[in-house]
Design a protein around this ligand. Structure first.
Ligand code: FE2
Length: 454
């Protein structure tokens, strides 16, 4: 298993991308014995989150079935929709619930969206006939079904073959056999274990085209369950998670780090219940493989290092394993669930291959935390059907490699949007003891492939 080198800025704690339990326990002991830790939660944060979203994966299957098995009627309807879409001779960016009609299955898929946003936060649709279709047909079916669950598709990369494009589909596949590992900065293109993390966007969809010869289990965990345990046992870590952290942009942008909390509290409103939002990528704080943490940004603190491990290991303790098979599609609420995977081994005959969409359902979407709005804009704003690309094969370009490329393709408009949100964030933070860098040195844009685990 490849392991990130522990290098980075002066003072960076001893922590790597692959979590180390003994290291975690030693840090707990050190900090609890030598530091005075607050016993209070941040103002307004709940003592406990009481909600179906706060589930324990060890017992969830006893009272909840997260699977939906496609019926023969569903499969017939999907084949008709595929033919209907083909007959219109449209580009794949035009796939939507009108061009890919599912008159009967539609209602079920809308219920699935409700479950994702207001229930347990995820659902797995099982039994898509992968082997009966070409790669492009599978992508059409996937995007078509998904359009009935969450109709807005996000862009995952903004360039394709050197030109601006809304790349809506990402391939999750081990490329270490064909790409030098020092050019890989995200675990998605390796066979490594993936620590628990969130992507960017509201709903993450993953479609399994093929399974590994061994391993590669897909894990989900409720961040609200994680919250409840930490709030009860280590409120100081909740404080830490709710303060701004310096996420590495890995030299891909003109500003070296992005400043934002990992945990947000949303009080109840007239229309929405009280919510907690977790959003974080471990590798932006520890580095990974070809992208170790940059030396010219602040180190994370010991408290942050402990909080990273506390979230990971608590998530692991309460996770479900999805037994994810070829033909399965998982849809997860990316604002409330954390996901990860086990390491795996491919063989010549069996190579794990998932394809991913980042989606949003305007009917049920949660409010986006203000500090994340610019990231969300980067994914969802102005995605145009005519510019949308669905690569048929894994695409490894400058936007998702581990190569530090300097200034990225960021418009001044994005800079202004993000700078405004960062200023607003800073003005609400009274103390950040490690803040030694001026505002102009902070990250101003969230390029999804540089700021999430993928
Ligand atoms: Fe991910």
């Amino acid at each position: 298993m490849a392991k990130a080198a522990v290098v980075g800025p002066l003072g960076q704690p001893d922590i790597s991308y692959i979590p180390d339990y003994d290291n975690y326990l030693a840090r707990i002991k050190r900090r609890t014995e030598t530091e005075v830790l607050t016993k209070h939660l941040p103002d307004g944060f709940p003592l406990q989150a009481e909600n179906p979203l706060a589930w324990d994966g060890n017992e969830l299957a006893e009272h909840h079935d997260w699977n939906y098995y496609l019926t023969d009627n569903d499969l017939s309807e999907i084949e008709l929709a595929l033919q209907h879409f083909r007959a219109q001779n449209l580009g794949l960016g035009y796939i939507n619930w009108d061009t890919f009609p599912l008159p009967n299955l539609h209602k079920t898929l809308r219920e699935i969206s409700k479950e994702i946003h207001m229930g347990h936060g995820f659902k797995v649709i099982r039994g898509a006939p992968v082997m009966a279709h070409t790669r492009e047909e599978n992508i059409i079916i996937y995007a078509g079904i998904s359009s009935h669950i969450a109709p807005i598709r996000g862009r995952q990369i903004s360039q394709y073959n050197g030109k601006p494009a809304d790349v809506a589909l990402a391939h999750i596949k081990d490329l270490t056999g064909s790409v030098n590992s020092n050019k890989i900065g995200v675990p998605a293109y390796t066979h490594d274990k993936q620590a628990f993390h969130s992507d960017i966007g509201d709903v993450v969809a993953l479609f399994s085209l093929a399974e590994a010869a061994e391993g590669g289990q897909s894990y989900l965990s409720s961040s609200w369950k994680v919250y409840n345990e930490l709030a009860a046992t280590r409120p100081d870590l909740i404080q830490t998670l709710a303060e701004p952290w310096a996420a590495d942009t890995f030299g891909k942008l003109d500003i070296p780090y992005w400043l934002a909390p990992l945990l947000y509290h949303q009080p109840a409103t007239d229309t929405d219940p009280e919510r907690l939002v977790f959003h974080y990528s471990r590798r932006t704080f520890t580095g990974y493989l070809g992208l170790p943490r940059s030396a010219n940004i602040p180190p994370i603190t010991e408290a942050q290092a402990e909080a990273l491990d506390a979230v990971h290991f608590t998530a692991e303790k309460y996770a479900v394993s999805l037994n994810f098979r070829r033909g399965d599609i998982q849809y997860i609420n990316n604002l409330s669930l954390l996901h990860g995977r086990a390491a795996f081994r491919d063989s010549a005959e069996q190579q794990r291959h998932l394809i991913r969409l980042w989606l949003r359902d305007p009917e049920y979407a949660w409010e986006t935390p203000a500090a994340l709005q610019s990231k969300w804009n980067r994914v969802y704003k102005d995605v145009a059907p005519e510019n949308t690309v669905f690569p048929l094969e894994p695409y490894f370009g400058s936007g998702n490699s581990g190569i530090r490329t300097g200034r990225s393709q960021v418009t001044e408009r994005w800079h202004r949007l993000v700078q405004a949100s960062q200023r607003s964030l800073l003005s609400t933070q009274s103390v950040w003891p490690r803040m030694k860098f001026s505002f102009r040195h902070q990250a101003t844009i969230a390029d999804h492939h540089k700021l999430s685990d993928q």
